[in-house]
Ligand binder design. Structure first.
Ligand code: G6P
Ligand code: ZN
Length: 545
């Protein structure tokens, strides 16, 4: 016999979802009823969940399995008809999006703190995705937050744990829980988009080697199944492919600092021809050639420029979308293709309406996220397959493809400097000071740079008219260069200030300059305008990408 228990509880005041769901340290989630309150707040904020299907899975980090058992029993007590859960509690974020769409699910709960470290004292996260497979829009996340402030009880089924490792169905009261293969639907979709035969041919030529680094995070099983089994790449192509609860103690973040295991393999003269890494939950990607780093903004521009070489995009793109701090390289491709390039606030959720309305086909962010209308999340391995498909057709090196792109469109030198875990007070003060100085900036000159516009980015969604304001300080110069300041919405410790700097160079003879050198005067100027170093007490950023 299973019975529904109604448990009384007290609200917590800190359950406001950030850029991508609720992220906190594991001990915060382990407080009495903390997770239960948030899950009940999600269910209470949704209309018509009775007998519907819910998808549940996570990136395998510490506390994933415990959280899933609680969520399954709460989903059953709240009346869902069916819950699909990935085997072992695993679903990458893009795979969850794919499973939600394929099964016409009502929504999904994804357990991840993305690229943040995992472990008993590290990060955990809960994100709700809606029926299009994408992150809940702000009107839902704010309803959830409002509900967390008044919650007084939650419902949970008194039942034993579900065996998450065995594929098949279990009955939890009136609810059917189905443990599914976490890779199958996703891999099948990839085969419909890309020319697997051409990629297999490229990989079997023997002189083209690749290295895929899963950083001990969720893409391990996906990458092994796709690259080593379906595409016949040699065993060992996927490194760090076993997901660990603490990601082996590292940051599962695919950038030049944290994906050191991949950088070590790729930055040498006899290294592989192509390398890629993904993050904790598999939605981010970093693309490398031999001795060569592809900036995420350039990657989006290059995928867009070459999209018709790939079967799933053979008919061309309806539009491109990029987040505001992403470089303007994709805008140049869009202009040439005669399509729109939308500029949205940071956060994949802002792409959802554009994709649903078929206004954009490809989307991307400077934060190592790229994706398309095939799902409603960014998709790390999709980007890898897209690159490999282009490489298979063009038969050039990664470096040659990028340099040829710059020669055609010009190069947008681009870098992001992060000041992580700084005190919140001074960081907010810095943003406030910048905001008050914006009005007086246009027309001012700093050396050879003249300010064309200065604002706090605000976005009106072209589909539903919703407005998102205060999305980052933009200072644009008459030559197209930009300096942008934002506070991160994904950190769990203090504040993280992000400085984004961009400069356009049309002269191909200057494209080989080092990025930091090419941007040095703008970086200096950013400090003069913001007093970033003085305010944070740091003379160096924590991470430069
Ligand atoms: C997550 C979101 C992205 C966002 C990124 C950085 O990965 O899904 O859409 O770009 O976080 O956000 P932040 O607020 O930390 O700059
Ligand atoms: Zn992620």
């Amino acid at each position: 016999m299973t019975t529904v228990q109604t448990v009384s509880t007290q609200p917590y005041s800190d359950q406001k979802p950030g850029t991508s769901g609720l992220r906190k340290k594991v001990p915060t989630f382990q407080q009495p009823n903390y997770l239960q309150n948030f899950i009940q707040a999600i269910f209470d904020s949704l209309d018509g969940i009775q007998n519907q299907t819910l998808v549940v899975g996570g990136d395998g980090r510490y506390y994933n399995r415990e959280a899933i058992q609680i969520i399954l029993k709460m989903a059953a007590a709240n009346g869902f008809g069916k819950v699909l859960v990935g085997q072992g509690g695993i679903l990458s974020t893009p795979a969850a999006s794919c499973v939600i769409r394929k099964n016409n699910a009502f929504g999904g709960i994804i357990l991840s703190a993305s690229h943040n470290p995992g472990g008993p004292k590290e990060d955990f996260g809960v994100k709700y995705n809606v029926s299009n497979g994408g992150p809940a829009p702000e009107k839902i996340t704010s309803a959830i937050f409002d509900r967390t402030k008044t919650i007084s009880e939650y419902k949970i089924l008194d039942a034993s744990d579900v065996d998450l490792d065995r594929i098949g169905t279990t009955q939890l009261g009136h609810t059917t829980v189905e443990v599914i293969d976490c890779v199958a639907d996703y891999a099948a979709q990839m085969e419909t988009l890309f020319d697997f035969a051409a990629i297999q041919d490229l990989l079997s030529r023997g002189n083209f080697r690749i290295c895929i680094d899963s950083l001990h995070a969720v893409t391990g099983p996906y990458a092994t199944a796709i690259f080593e089994r379906r595409l016949n790449a040699p065993a060992g192509t996927v490194q760090n492919g076993v997901p660990l609860e603490d990601f082996g103690g590292g940051h599962p973040d695919p950038n030049l600092v944290y994906a050191k295991s991949l950088v070590d393999v790729m930055f040498k003269d006899d290294g592989p021809d192509f390398g890629a890494a993904s993050d904790g939950d598999g939605d981010r990607n970093m693309i490398l050639g031999r001795n060569f780093f592809v900036t995420p903004s350039d990657s989006l521009a290059i995928l867009a420029a070459n999209a018709t070489l790939v079967p799933g995009y053979r008919n061309g793109l309806t539009g491109i979308a990029r987040s505001m701090p992403t470089s303007q390289a994709p805008d140049r491709v869009a202009e040439k293709l005669g399509i729109e390039c939308y500029e949205t606030p940071t956060g994949w959720k802002f792409f959802g309406n554009l994709l649903d309305a078929d206004k954009a086909t490809l989307c991307g962010e400077e934060s190592f996220g790229t994706g398309s209308n095939h799902i409603r999340e960014k998709d790390g391995l999709w980007a890898v397959l897209f690159w490999l498909n282009i490489l298979a057709v063009k038969k050039q090196s990664v470096e040659d493809i990028v340099k040829e792109h710059w020669a055609t469109y010009g190069r947008n030198f681009y870098s992001r400097h992060d000041y992580e875990a700084v005190a919140s007070g001074p960081a907010t003060q810095m943003m406030d000071d910048l905001r008050s100085a914006l009005g007086s900036m246009p027309g001012k000159t700093f050396g050879s740079y003249e300010v064309a516009y200065a604002d706090d980015f605000s976005y009106t969604d072209p589909v539903d008219g919703s407005v998102a304001s205060q999305q980052g300080i933009r200072i644009g110069f008459t030559d197209g260069s930009r300096i942008i300041f934002r506070l991160s919405g994904t950190g769990t410790e203090g504040a993280t200030i992000r400085l984004y700097v961009e400069r356009y160079e049309s002269d191909a003879s200057k494209h080989d300059q080092d990025t930091q050198a090419a941007l040095a005067d703008l970086i200096q100027l950013a400090d003069e305008i913001s007093h970033l170093k003085e305010i944070t007490g740091r003379d160096q950023p924590t991470v430069i990408t």
